[in-house]
Design a protein around this ligand. Structure first.
Ligand SMILES: [Zn+2]
Length: 376
């Protein structure tokens, strides 16, 4: 089936930003839209305006008292100690801001739109989605509402029994993993920075293979610092075909956090956006069309370029390498402080695809793949 590409987004995210000094304060979806428009890569009929999730939809994953707390805190813009400690909201990590409630509702509604429109014959991408850290009754890791978890529950409600969730974000998807840990109907696979050195620290180890009925249906691939394109693809290509053979998924959801990119200052991977794109294409070649969500990513320019490549790929467009003056203007105008300003990042404002970071495969990566393959 030739699906029609559909981006689910909105400029309203500009009104629902995180509080100042938060890593997610940056423009993300709106910047992606502006870059796509500047490059002439997004037609009117290819964009679906995001909708809010309903209360009932939130309860597919979250507890009622937690959702009520989020709504109350949003209404009064205040939080008492009891609520802060119970639900982990109103902290530095998960601050009170328009992103907490309205922004999360919009991102979550969009992930549900992505699922529903997929079954209407569209190839859907919700770049605001992928907030994989939130727990049923607790905010976690900048995430308040677990839209991938809700999307997966929505797929279960549609009757699917073998759903594959693939998470490429640089951080382990603890909220999603734990929710489906005893469920064999959702296979969770995640490639991420090892919890030995990265958030969420307590989850994401290889030994977490699921339990009860879910035993064997969870696969964590914790990776060392400095992973390059070749290593990342080596692991992905070494593992995913085996998972496909074992599980034979009916449908898959792919989380595309861009914090795997080397420009991202919150994580330690060294992927180029070429490697990121190749990873996406490998998965799509292997598994066919899926439902695509965004994820982490804290360098707005790197993020917008990488998701532009994803959009070009899924909408069947050729990739323009040189950025035109209008696109350059969009990226230069981003209000963002470059943290690693000793590095030359000028290429990001001139071209779209990076030079591959196609280094050596380190022995520890080869050992890791051997260990995983032996377990599968
Ligand atoms: Zn992340």
């Amino acid at each position: 089936m030739q699906r029609k590409p559909l981006l689910i987004g909105s400029l309203r995210y500009k009104d629902y930003r995180y509080s100042s000094n938060h890593p997610l304060r940056i423009p993300r979806v709106s910047l992606l839209l502006e870059l796509l428009w500047a490059l002439g890569l997004l037609e009117g009929k290819e964009l679906l305006e995001s909708r809010f999730a309903s209360w009932e939809e939130l309860l597919l994953f979250h507890t009622e008292d937690y959702i009520k707390a989020l709504e109350d805190v949003d209404r009064c813009k205040c939080v008492n100690r009891h609520v802060r400690e119970t639900f982990n909201i109103g902290t530095y990590e998960n601050p009170i801001s328009p992103a907490m409630w309205k922004g999360s509702l919009l991102a979550t509604g969009s992930s549900l739109q992505a699922v529903d429109m997929f079954f209407e014959g569209y190839l859907t991408f919700n770049p605001a989605g992928g907030m994989h850290h939130a727990y049923p009754s607790k905010a976690n890791g900048f995430c308040f509402i677990n839209d991938p978890g809700i999307a997966l529950k929505h797929l279960l409600n549609k009757g699917f029994k073998r759903i594959l969730y693939i998470d490429l974000d640089a951080h382990h998807c603890d909220g999603v993993q734990d929710f489906f840990y005893e469920d064999d109907r959702v296979f969770v696979i995640s490639l991420h920075q090892s919890p030995d050195y990265a958030f969420p620290f307590k989850r994401g180890f290889f030994e977490e293979r699921g339990s009860g009925k879910g035993k064997g249906y969870n696969l964590n691939i914790p990776l060392p610092k400095g992973v390059n394109d070749r290593e990342y693809l080596y692991v992905l290509e070494g593992v995913l075909p085996a998972v496909k053979d074992i599980y034979n998924p009916e449908v898959y959801v792919l989380q595309l956090g861009t914090d795997v990119l080397r420009e991202d200052y919150l994580s330690k991977f060294e992927l180029s956006n070429w490697g990121f794109l190749r990873s996406f294409e490998f998965i799509r070649d292997l598994l066919g069309d899926g439902i695509y969500l965004g994820g982490g990513g804290y360098h707005p320019v790197a993020l917008a370029r990488a998701w532009t490549l994803i959009w070009c790929s899924l909408s069947g467009r050729d990739i323009t390498q040189r950025l035109n003056p209008e696109a350059q203007r969009v990226l230069m105008n981003v209000d963002f402080e470059e943290f690693e300003d000793e590095l030359d990042r000028s290429y990001m404002y001139q071209t779209l695809v990076d030079q591959p970071n196609y280094g050596e495969i380190r022995p520890e990566i080869r050992e890791l793949l051997k260990k995983i393959r032996a377990e599968l």
